[in-house]
Design a protein around this ligand. Structure first.
Ligand code: C2E
Ligand code: CA
Ligand code: CA
Length: 519
């Protein structure tokens, strides 16, 4: 716009100049001035000379007026340029932390791509996010959340002076280090972690900040900044699966993992709806009698390519995608139906995900599923892990009480892997404790592990709680556990999880009256 105006001003000036020169030449050629003087002298009566003077004066005034408007126009256009600059700054910066934002990053990538084509210069990238930021926001309010972000930005800026530090998302920051040497990448990631972690005082509370860092570099992990940003993102996602303070440098295997996760998230909804995820049943044996006392239902998903997707993975995906409730409901209905067909008193145990315990209607849903399938409540057991009890103890307490009130047994799963706090055992009432397989694997050769297993068994005896030992793979483990008074055993020695018809035929062969030892 300004260019167009300038161009018009120049052409106008040239045209006027040409017109002036032409008029001057014409006037010289016609002796116009002499004629004018003679004309003025002859028309003294009508004050022609004064009139001419007035016309000339008005012309000059017009000229001065035009100059003043021109200067106004200049000032206005300067102001507009400055405002445009401010708007540009605002569009490319985050107002809270005053750090460059995603638009800035997009421009930076465009510039680099235009300038370097495919081979961009050496650059290190750190993607940083805060663990537990959402909780701070929820518990202490948005002002505290904003304060935390501003403080983080300040710490990163101080740790990386003369380096581009950006805020690229809610609680995600980025450091772009031009000309970074390859060996400095882990060191820089450490520096970011150390700078940000620690406590911050917000809203009168000391907040412990956890930091996750994903790092990648041009050209080690990709030829362009755009690709390396994706690599650093993959590394950050891997870091998010670790501890509160975690650093991950990009590695191509991570990409495969992330692709697998993305596939899971895409394929899972259809698998849940179509019932492709089915319960299998792993026998649980009465160690003294040697017969099958019940089964643990374990979810199995055979993907279209024929391979089984590990349950840890699809259960985690169902939790991520908010599908765990639906999946669990489908499975439980099937499990109750299958178990209702087994001879009494064979029972079935069903696993609950910690997330489900937040559902205050959970117990009612479970009771209804058993009733619909005409499975007596005494033949249904639910398994809960410690983490579920710690996250929402009040809701968990209510769910457990309701289930037990209806006659459904509640087992504490994977005992020994989490907090294994005695407070949990005193606060909640369980009908069964399942000792995690990591203890059973090594307890025979390990004096200390043996003592722990013995103590858990003593604890169960004292509390009147049954104990199941998980992961029994050898006859020796079975013998020893029986001698120690462990009531139930489960593991590959007795059988892995199997489809319902196989479980039914195992039961037909293995009834207590016949007393066929399972091993
Ligand atoms: P979990 O509840 O601890 O289940 C026992 C796991 O140990 C099962 O793994 C089982 O196959 C495995 N296992 C059994 N015996 C042995 C043995 O002798 N040696 C070894 N090494 N492993 C043994 P799986 O089926 O892969 O399940 C893994 C986890 O996935 C389960 O751990 C449970 O937390 C979860 N899961 C499985 N099915 C469901 C489900 O229907 N709902 C929910 N919420 N979680 C489920
Ligand atoms: Ca279990
Ligand atoms: Ca377990």
């Amino acid at each position: 716009m300004m260019g167009y105006l300038r161009h018009r001003a120049v052409t106008d000036a040239l045209a006027l100049l040409a017109l002036g020169v032409f008029a001057g030449l014409l006037a010289t050629w016609l002796d116009a001035f002499e004629h004018l003087v003679a004309f003025l002298a002859h028309h003294e009566e009508i004050e022609a000379d004064e009139l001419l003077a007035a016309v000339v004066l008005t012309g000059w005034c017009g000229f001065i007026y035009a100059l003043r408007r021109l200067s106004d126009l200049r000032r206005e256009s300067r102001r507009r340029r400055q405002a445009e600059g401010d708007a540009d700054w605002m569009a490319s910066h985050d107002p809270l932390t005053r750090l460059p934002n995603r638009h800035f990053l997009a421009k930076l990538m465009e510039q680099r791509e235009a300038r370097y084509r495919s081979a961009e210069p050496r650059t290190g990238v750190l993607r940083i996010d805060l663990a537990g930021f959402k909780q701070v926001n929820d518990a202490l309010g948005h002002l505290a959340g904003d304060g935390l972000l501003a403080e983080t930005a300040e710490r990163l800026r101080a740790a990386f002076p003369d380096t581009t530090v950006l805020r690229v998302g809610g609680n995600e920051f980025m450091v772009i280090m031009e000309e970074a040497l390859p060996w400095t990448l882990p060191w820089s990631a450490q520096r970011a972690l150390k700078a940000v972690r620690g406590t911050v005082k917000e809203a009168g509370e000391e907040i412990e900040i956890g930091v996750r860092v994903g790092a990648a570099a041009v050209p080690e992990h990709g030829p362009t900044l755009r690709e390396v940003l994706r690599g650093a993102d993959v590394a950050l996602q891997a870091a998010r699966q670790g501890n509160r303070n975690e650093i991950r440098i990009f590695d191509p295997a991570m990409r495969a993992q992330m692709q697998a996760r993305a596939w899971l998230d895409r394929a899972l909804p259809a698998a849940v709806q179509s019932g492709a995820i089915r319960p299998y049943y792993q026998p649980v044996v009465d160690l003294a009698g040697g017969h099958v006392a019940g089964f643990e239902a374990l979810a199995r998903w055979r993907a279209p390519d024929g391979r089984f997707v590990p349950p840890d993975q699809f259960i985690a995906a169902a939790e991520r995608c908010g599908l765990i409730g639906t999946l669990s409901e489908h499975l439980l209905r099937q499990v109750c139906e299958d178990a209702a067909g087994w001879p009494a008193p064979v029972w079935v145990a069903f696993n609950l995900s910690p997330l489900q315990l937040a559902d205050s209607l959970l117990a009612r849903r479970i009771i209804a599923a058993a009733r619909e399938a005409t499975l007596p409540a005494q033949r249904l057991e639910v398994e809960i892990t410690e983490s579920a009890l710690i996250q929402e103890p009040e809701v968990a307490q209510r769910v457990i009480d309701e289930l037990r009130g209806a006659g459904i047994r509640v087992a504490l799963d994977d005992f020994g892997t989490g907090y294994s706090s005695l407070a949990l055992l005193s606060r909640f009432s369980f009908d069964k404790i399942k000792i995690d397989r990591s203890f059973i694997r090594s307890f025979r050769g390990d004096e200390k592990q043996m003592k722990i297993v013995r103590s858990i068994l003593g604890l169960g005896l004292g509390l009147g709680t049954a104990i199941t030992a998980e992961g029994i793979e050898e006859a020796g483990q079975q013998r020893l556990l029986r001698e120690l008074g462990c009531q139930y055993g489960q593991g590959y020695l007795f059988g892995a999880a199997m489809p319902c018809p196989e479980a039914a035929s195992l039961l037909a062969r293995n009834q207590p009256e016949r007393k066929q030892p399972a091993a």
